[in-house]
Design a protein around this ligand. Structure first.
Ligand code: PLP
Length: 385
C-alpha cells in the first residue's frame, strides 16, 4: 500500500475544526487582501522567532529577494551562498543583477562551510581564484552579503558565520525557508543575521494551503522598507510610490490557515523529533544518518541520508509503496542558467558528492511507528543485497 511523502490530509483531519473556523471568519469579513489575520499572524510569528518585526509575504522567494532589494544589491555585487540548496536561494541574487559566489558545504551538516567562506572572501578580496573557485567576472565583484541556508531544517553554523561576516561588514540573510521551528542555543531560526527569510510552502514544517512566506528582523527601518516593497514600493499610501516594489502580499486566507496550524506546531515539531530519533536508531550503520551538532535542534523539514546504494534503496522502497525524493540532484553551479558564471565540475566537491548519494525518506508528524518500521526494514534489506 502506498504512503504519502508528506501527509497533509492526516494533518487536516487533526486540525479541521480550527482551520474551518479560521477560514469561515475570513469569508465572513471578506478582507482577502491585508485582512486582520495578517497583523495577527505577524505578531505571532515575531514572538515565536524572537524578533521585533515579521513581514508576511507571498513566498519564501519574495522573503529572500526583498532584503537584497532594500539594500540596493545589484550589478558588481557578490552575494555568497551554497550551491547545495533550492534554486531560489541563488536565483534572487542573479535576478537583481548581482553575482552568486558559491561556497562548498560541510559534509556533516550540508550547510555552508565557514572555513571555505573565509577562503572565498579572501579570494574575492585579493582577486585570486587559485585560493577558491570564483565566477568568471570576479575582477568586477565586491562582496556585499552572505545567504547561509538552514538546509533540511538544520541551522547553519552561525557561531562561526556571524563574526566572520560582521568583521567584514557583510549583510547576512538567513535562508530559513526549511528551518522554521529550529533553534541554535535556544534561539529560533529566522532570527540570525540581519534578516531571516522563511517559506510556508505547503510541504514546509509550517505550511500554508498555497504559497506564503515571511521575513524576520529586529531592524525597524528595514522592516518599513520591506512593507513598502510588498505593495509596489508604496509610500504614505498605495497611490504614492517611492521605490520599485512587487505584488508580494500574503493572502489573508493563508494567514488564517497558518494561525490554525501554529497552534499545533510545537506538538508537530516534537513528533518530527521523535520520528527522526527512530530513523536514527533504525538506520544506524545502514546509511549515513543526519548529524545534529551540539546546541542545535532541527525542524526536520527533511530526513536526508547518504548511501552509495541510493538508486537500489530507492527502487526497493518504491516497490514497497514508499516514496523518496532527492534534494538536490543538480548542484546550482551546474545549472544551465548559471553556465555563464564559468564554474566547473569539481569546483565544489562536497556538494557534488552529496548530490550523487543523498535521498530523503518520508518525514511528517503523522508518520506512524508501524509504517516507519516497514520503511527501515526495507532499507536494511536493500542495503544487504
Ligand atoms: C532553501 C529554500 N530557499 C528558498 C525557498 C523558496 O521558497 P518558496 O517556494 O516559498 O518561494 C525554498 C522553498 O522551496 C527553499 O527550500
Amino acid at each position: 500500500m502506498g504512503i504519502p511523502f508528506i501527509d497533509l490530509k492526516a494533518q487536516f483531519r487533526a486540525i479541521e475544526p480550527d482551520v474551518r473556523r479560521r477560514i469561515e471568519a475570513v469569508l465572513a469579513h471578506g478582507q482577502y487582501i491585508m485582512g486582520p489575520e495578517i497583523k495577527e499572524l505577524e505578531a505571532e510569528l515575531a514572538g515565536y522567532v524572537g524578533v521585533s518585526q515579521a513581514v508576511a509575504c507571498a513566498s519564501g522567494t519574495d522573503a529572500l529577494l526583498w532584503p537584497l532589494m532594500a539594500w540596493g544589491i545589484g550589478p558588481g555585487d557578490a552575494v555568497l551562498t551554497t550551491p547545495f540548496t533550492f534554486f531560489a536561494t541563488a536565483e534572487v541574487i542573479a535576478f537583481l543583477g548581482a553575482t552568486p559566489v558559491f561556497v562548498d558545504i560541510d559534509p556533516a551538516t550540508f550547510n555552508i562551510d565557514p572555513e571555505r567562506l573565509a577562503l572565498a572572501l579572501a579570494a574575492l578580496e585579493t582577486r585570486d581564484p587559485d585560493l577558491h573557485p570564483l565566477p568568471e567576472n570576479f575582477r568586477e565583484l565586491t562582496a556585499k552579503a552572505v545567504i547561509p541556508v538552514d538546509l533540511f531544517g538544520l541551522p547553519a553554523d552561525y557561531d562561526r558565520l556571524l563574526p566572520l561576516c560582521a568583521e567584514r561588514g557583510l549583510k547576512v540573510v538567513e535562508d530559513a525557508a526549511q528551518s522554521f521551528g529550529a533553534s541554535l542555543h535556544g534561539k529560533r531560526t529566522g532570527g540570525f543575521g540581519d534578516v531571516g527569510a522563511t517559506s510556508f510552502f505547503p510541504a514546509k514544517p509550517l505550511g500554508a494551503y498555497g504559497d506564503a512566506g515571511a521575513v524576520f528582523t529586529d531592524d525597524e527601518a528595514l522592516a518599513k522598507v520591506l512593507r513598502s516593497i510588498r505593495i509596489h514600493g508604496m509610500g504614505d499610501n498605495q497611490y504614492d510610490n517611492v521605490r520599485l516594489g512587487v505584488t508580494g502580499r500574503m493572502d489573508t486566507l493563508q494567514a488564517a490557515v497558518l494561525l490554525a496550524k501554529l497552534a499545533v506546531f510545537p506538538a508537530e515539531l516534537a513528533a518530527r523529533q521523535a520520528i527522526a530519533e527512530r530513523y536514527d536508531a533504525g538506520l544506524e550503520g545502514l546509511v549515513v544518518t543526519p548529524r545534529v551538532p551540539k546546541g542545535m535542534a532541527s525542524a526536520w523539514a527533511q530526513y536526508s541520508v547518504l548511501s552509495e546504494k541510493r538508486d537500489a534503496v530507492r527502487a526497493a522502497l518504491s516497490k514497497e509503496g514508499v516514496p523518496t525524493a532527492v534534494y538536490y540532484p543538480k548542484v546550482l553551479h551546474q545549472q544551465p542558467v548559471f553556465r555563464h558564471l564559468g564554474y566547473r565540475a569539481g569546483d565544489f566537491p562536497v556538494s557534488e558528492a552529496a548530490s550523487r548519494s543523498i535521498f530523503s525518506l518520508p518525514m511528517h508528524p503523522y508518520l506512524d511507528q508501524a509504517t516507519q518500521a516497514r520503511i527501515i526494514k526495507t532499507v536494511a534489506r536493500a542495503v544487504a543485497e
